[in-house]
Every structure is written in C-alpha cells, then in structure tokens.
Design a protein around this ligand. Structure first.
Ligand code: CP
Length: 306
C-alpha cells in the first residue's frame, strides 16, 4: 500500500520532487486535454473555515479539469464547526466521503491536526499567519516559468511581512535555491519575523531590510507585493495607519528594470494601483493561472496517479 502523503509546508517536498511537480504542471499546461480524465471518479473536498476566492476555486477547477468532482464548505458557519465540531472529527467524516481534502483554517496548525487524523491526503490551503504552501508552489512555478530557473536573482518582498503567510512560505522555499538575494521592504511594525531572518543568517543567505521601496527598486528582478492583512490585526487604528504605506504606481515603476516582474498572491486592496495592470511586467494574473496548473499537478501527485 502507498504511504499516505500530505502537503502542509512546501518543504515537505524535496527540491527534486518539486522539479518533478513543476515539470508535470508544465506538461498539463501544454496538454490539458490529455489530463482531462485522470481523476475520473475521484472527489476533492474543500473545507474552508476562512474566506477565499483563488485558492478554493483554483482547487475546485483543478479537480474538475482532471475529470473529478468537488464538494465541501466555503464558510465555517455553514458546517458543524458552528455547533462545536472539532477539526479532528470533521476530517474523519470527510475521509469517509472524499479522496483528497484541501483545508483552510484561521488557526495555525489546524490542517496539521487534520492530517494526523485523516485517511486521505490533506493539503494545507492556508493556516492563520503560518503557511500557505500551494500559494508558494504557485509562486515558484511562476518564477521558474518567467525567469527560466529558480535561482540567481534578487527578490524584493514588500508590505506586510509579519502576518503575510505567503511571504513566510516563499522565503523558506526559496532559501533552498542558489544565488537568491532577499530584500525585505516593510514598515518597522510589519517586519519579517525573527525566526525567518535567523534561518537566513544560519544558512548564510544574503538579505537586507529597508523601509523605502524607492531605495531598492532598481536592484530587483522580482517585486513580490503583499496586502496588509487586516484580519490579523488586533487594533483597527494600526491597520488604518499602515494599510496604504506602499502603493505601487507608474512613478515607482519608472525606477524598476524593464525585465522586473511584479508578483502578488492577491487579493489586492490598494497596494498596486490599477494603472500598473497593463504594464508587461505585471505578472500577478498570470500567476493565478499557474496556480491552477500546479494544483492539478499536486492533486495527481498526492493521489499517486502521476
Ligand atoms: N492568494 C490567495 O490565497 O487568495 P484567496 O485568499 O482568494 O484564496
């Protein structure tokens, strides 16, 4: 019997396994029809205890495009969590119905608890301010597709680096590749957590922390913008003070390389002006498309079909 495998953290897969996953995503992109019946008869459960547009719909589209079916809930209040059911009990129930489950939860570690009780693969679709591994797979595939390789570039991560789980997952994942320089651009209150800078120091990876985006713009090959995470603030006043700290506009883009790409996990609020959307360097909607291919590849891999 094949060992049950989950995806809690991008580091759960070795660099070699990720290469295979990205190659598979590339094959799917080139030949969608060839993969359209790979999951015939399989069911994906999406258990989302927190709001989502991209991640949930991207998972569901991925399964539908593989020929499978989907069920689940998009709101904890429409599930028995509202009556007090634990995540551990819910996943035992879901395991009776579905072949694979994608779970988003506001509490850090909740998908891990689910995985420990599950008899089907569980994918962490975002847990609190902790990790968002499939967004990271999306980001890595996007960078690899646009730049041709994962390594040898300078990436600026800008905005809410404290609460932004996509940022934490991405830095950890990129720290395994050669020749990447990180520039962290944030207000002092939203700096990247100490455990991340400590990890980079221990690995001897080059990083810099600045407040002003304009200061470093010309050095960047990728600019990864993030929204200030309103839902993780304890104090509304702090959110209002910090929410528009960075607004990427044409003036700032004039300082960037012609070859620089702008990424954003989305949703965007104000941090990227819509006037940038038609700039060829704006890659955030292409990034969404890569997210579907990589989730298709992940479903196939965790189900042991490819
Ligand atoms: N990037 C992302 O996680 O978007 P959603 O919150 O819409 O799923």
């Amino acid at each position: 019997m094949k060992k049950l495998r989950h995806m809690m953290n991008p580091l759960d897969f070795s660099v070699e396994e990720l290469e295979r996953l990205f190659d598979l995503a590339g094959n799917i992109e080139r030949d969608m029809e060839g993969y359209s019946h790979k999951c015939d008869g399989r069911i994906l459960a999406t258990c989302f205890y927190e709001p989502s547009t991209r991640t949930r719909l991207s998972f569901e589209t991925a399964m539908l495009r593989l020929g499978g079916k989907c069920m689940g809930f998009a709101d904890a209040n429409s599930s028995s969590a509202a009556k007090g059911e634990s995540v551990a009990d819910t996943i035992r129930v879901i395991s009776c119905f579905a072949d694979i489950c994608a779970m988003r939860h506001p509490k850090e570690g909740a998908p891990m608890v689910a995985a420990s009780k599950s008899t089907i693969p569980v994918i962490n679709a975002g847990d609190g301010g902790h990790q968002h591994p499939t967004q990271t797979l999306t980001d890595l595939l996007t960078i690899r597709s646009l730049y041709g390789k994962l390594g040898g570039f300078t990436i600026g991560l800008c905005g809410d680096l404290k609460f932004g789980r996509t940022v934490h997952s991405l830095i950890e994942a990129l720290s395994r590749y050669e020749g990447i320089r990180f520039i962290f651009i944030s207000p002092n209150e939203l700096k990247v957590p100490d455990y991340i800078t400590e990890m980079l120091r221990q690995k001897g990876i080059d990083y810099e922390e600045v407040v002003r985006l304009e200061e470093v713009m010309s050095q960047l090959d990728f600019l990864y913008m993030t929204r200030v995470q309103k839902e993780r603030f304890f104090n509304e006043e702090d959110y209002i003070r910090l929410k528009d700290f960075y607004i990427l506009n044409k003036e700032k883009m004039a300082l960037a390389k012609e070859s620089m790409y702008i990424l954003h996990p989305l949703p965007r609020v104000n941090e990227i002006s819509v006037e940038i959307d038609d700039d060829p360097r704006a890659a955030y909607f292409r990034q969404v498309q890569y997210g579907m291919y990589v989730r298709m590849a992940l479903i196939l891999t965790l189900l042991g079909i490819e």
